[in-house]
Design a protein around this ligand. Sequence first.
Ligand code: UD1
Length: 421
Amino acid sequence: MVGGASLRGEVSVVGAKNSALKLMAGSLLAVGKTHLSNVPAIIDVTIMAELLRRLGCVVDYDTAAGVVDLDVPATIMHRADYELVRALRASICVLGPLVARCGRADVAVPGGDAIGSRGLDMHAKGLETLGATVHVNHGYLIAEALDGLHGGEIRLDFPSVGATENILMAAVLAQGETRVRNAAREPEIVDIAAFLSKMGARIEGAGTSVIHVEGVAALSAVSHEVVPDRIAAGTWAFAAATTGGDVEVVGAEAGHLGTALDLLAGAGSDIKVTDRGFRVTATARRSAFDVATLPYPGFPTDLQPFALVYNAVAQGSAMVTENVFEARFRTVQELARLGADARVDGHHVMLHGVDRLSGAPVEASDIRSGAALVIAGLVADGETTVSHAHHIDRGYAGFADALRGLGADVTREPDDTAPFL
Ligand code: UD1
């Protein structure tokens, strides 16, 4: 891409990747036909669809319509192979549904994004409290509850999104009551709870730190629309602010981005909630701001790379602190190649804003760092090339097209580093 343009116009966001994948896994809990709409057109959904097919489901994914139709048979397989789990870490979310439905789940220990060490101990402990035995054998996490699951009291050491989801999706079919304390409160958790409740589950407190579940004997398949993608919406908010632009983000839910939008507004961008979403209008050069990532409703770790890029070209100095994942600072070394004044110190990055970056070849290491580096390229003189751009496709359908629609000079080149599915 060639830097220089301020982004102007409107852009749409669809359903959240991080909810759609979990809803697909959750569909395993009911025999019959689940219909999901507002599903993003991304490779991760394709991988999850394939994983569910191998478990015995019939899955139809219409990327143009944003629809996934799943037909779940009465008997399903319980093993998720390494080949697919490696390609999609989020596939660990079939663990809870499989053990609830089959009394056993064998899920390969995942690979996925290169962002810090991501343990599974809270997933395992939670399922053990519900009566499963959990162990790792030949690269597989095996959870067994041959006599079925029962309710239990669980307190998470950290409000892990994935652990909360797996426990929730197991507890809905367990016998008796489950209480999860220090549960994750992300909007995607609320979405999954709403989906499960429609199916007949009894859940209270989703969106708060204490979730209460009363198990039921069976659930029935339903239709559901995926919650808007707050991380994609936040990406566009940062893209507008960083480039000094004016962008309406259509389909977004501003209330899910409170902390991020407040920070941008406090640093000089004008944010308005509109009928269709929200609009970010930036003026001249924005001021730098300190930010620390935290579980929801704090500032999302998935927007941290965008905060780095924003502050790299903002007026003043800033400290960006990562509290959720270890070693999620691979964007920094690439930003330095573009001339950013940024230094990593433990889980902090100190930045001193510069007027402009200068274009160079850089490499995407995960979905968000890739998209953030593209935005960096928009505020860099000359040409920037982001390699390994297949990472970006995993979170954003048609990212380059959307940027061009907002006036950016960006093209998507063929990418021979993309993993083959
Ligand atoms: C999800 C999102 C991801 C987002 C993250 C935090 C999906 C597919 N991914 O990831 O985009 O960045 O939430 O908002 O929804 N941990 C443990 N043991 C466990 C579980 C987690 O130590 O058993 C640690 C992880 O290493 C990490 C932290 O807890 O440091 C948060 O992880 P978690 O909230 O579980 O994130 P994910 O569900 O993996």
